[in-house]
Design a protein around this ligand. Structure first.
Ligand code: GLC
Length: 441
């Protein structure tokens, strides 16, 4: 066998998640849930949301603020009940200017600068003559003591703005709204995007009990039948991206070592859109290093950290031309690699596929762990609501998740399905705000 084939086979074996391994990961994940719920050390933070399944009757007009990564969005959302809603207005902007004029998510920016920018976005879609109850989808690990207060535990997804970790995010937002004279905007609820996704899907389909994001970041929330806080059902934000009993490869270890927070968010670093391009890049660089990649002058380029993003990985998988000409053009135009061979392009495509399938299978294993906890004998049907670019757009990703679930469960019965739920951050924030307003009219 050629060196290349041997090397590729080694990489495939390292990245393969076999059915037996899925079972082990699911069981370990289940144990981490139990530990997290009972206050034992656990990689899962199991954060209470102070929300449970919506009734479907929530109505009203609410502002939804969505801050979970490099963009901020504001939506004016009308809930009509019976699972109906519409978005009446939208605004949004990147928090980091692509021409380098500003960057509110770097460690050079302060909390006040970040929240002033966010408040300006909110100001751009409201009128002065009425009050707006607001729900804030803040998609980072947040310790909540109630529906409207949350302290950022630590940034994830490589965000670094100073002065937000350890602070009450609702207080920071409220202060910025006051600085901008937007006192008619009234924050009522703060929630994670996984919680928003779950709420949005359950508003329409009550069989939904798990909400998940497979996008830039990765995380899952579920309805805990008996929350330790209330002994009643409550949605728990697991922060499952921090799960760590995982088959890490040398490539994962290298990515982690050079990341903002080594040791943290190990599952997220193996599966999510922010990192999968980097994993493909690290593996490709390794192939250059051992002399198995022929586009030799591309090596310097491929040495650039975070050169590849999730969209590039999609592109690699979408090219079904016989000579992989779309990949060739992209390599030339975007990466200035002009002399790639067909074999180089096939390797890149293969590595992208291996990384994506591994991601989907690891994610499915965690869903199985949750199901073991909430319905060990699988008596009921479960819908897992998922949002995010990987699940929505990555070729084969959704099918890989379903296949891993079907392999582990009784495929005939199909008691567990996954479904795309879009705009969960916007609609979910509105539902959470409706619940808050009802509780404290
Ligand atoms: C990161 C955040 C988490 C969020 C997820 C998806 O994992 O820590 O709170 O839900 O990204 O956006």
């Amino acid at each position: 066998m050629s060196n290349l084939l041997t090397e590729l086979q080694t990489i495939s074996t390292q990245l393969r998640i076999a059915p037996e391994q899925i079972k082990i990961i699911a069981t370990d994940f289940h144990q981490a849930i139990l530990d997290g719920l009972t206050g034992k050390p656990s990689p899962l933070k199991m954060l209470p949301s102070y929300l449970s399944k919506p009734s479907g009757k929530e109505t009203g007009i609410f502002l939804a603020l969505d801050f979970g990564g490099t963009n901020v969005r504001v939506l004016l959302t009308e809930l009509l009940g019976q699972g109906n809603f519409n978005v009446k207005a939208r605004a949004g902007n990147p928090l980091k200017d692509k021409n380098g004029h500003y960057n509110y998510i770097s460690d050079q920016s302060s909390a006040d600068q970040l929240f002033d920018f966010i408040a300006t976005e909110i100001g751009s879609i409201i009128k002065a003559d009425r009050n707006y109850p607001l729900g804030h989808t803040f998609s980072f690990p947040t310790h909540q003591t109630g529906l409207n207060s949350g302290t950022l535990i630590q940034w994830t997804k490589e965000i670094e703005t100073k002065g937000v970790e350890g602070k009450d995010v609702t207080a920071l937002l409220t202060a910025a709204l006051q600085r901008q004279n937007l006192t008619n905007v009234l924050p009522q609820a703060i929630l994670n995007d996984t919680v928003g996704t779950l709420l949005t899907a359950a508003y329409i389909d009550p069989s939904t009990d798990i909400g998940s994001i497979c996008g830039t970041g990765h995380n899952t929330a579920y309805i805990e039948p008996s929350s330790p806080l209330t002994n009643r059902p409550m949605i728990i934000n697991m922060e499952s991206g921090n799960f760590d009993k995982l088959p890490l490869t040398i490539y994962d270890l290298e990515l982690d070592k050079n990341s903002e927070k080594p040791g943290a968010q190990l599952l997220e670093k193996m599966v999510s859109g922010h990192y999968i391009g980097e994993l493909v890049r690290i593996i490709t660089y390794h192939l250059f290093d051992v002399g198995l990649f022929s586009a030799s002058h591309g090596k310097d380029m491929i040495a650039t950290p975070y050169l590849l993003n999730g969209a590039h990985i999609s592109l690699l998988q979408e090219d079904n031309t016989t000579d992989l000409s779309l990949i060739a053009r992209w390599l030339e135009e975007s990466l200035h690699i002009t002399n790639s061979s067909l074999q180089d392009r096939e390797i890149l495509k293969k590595i992208a596929a291996l990384i994506c399938t591994r991601s989907a299978r690891l994610v499915a294993a965690t869903y199985l762990g949750i199901l073991q906890h909430i319905d060990p004998h699988l008596k009921n049907h479960h819908t897992i609501a998922i949002d995010g670019s990987l699940y929505e757009k990555m070729p084969g990703y959704a099918a890989d998740i379903q296949q891993a679930l079907d392999q582990a469960l009784d495929a005939e019965e199909r008691k567990v399905i996954t479904t795309l739920t879009k705009d969960g951050s916007g609609i979910g924030a509105a539902i959470a705000t409706a619940v808050a307003v009802n509780e404290n009219p």
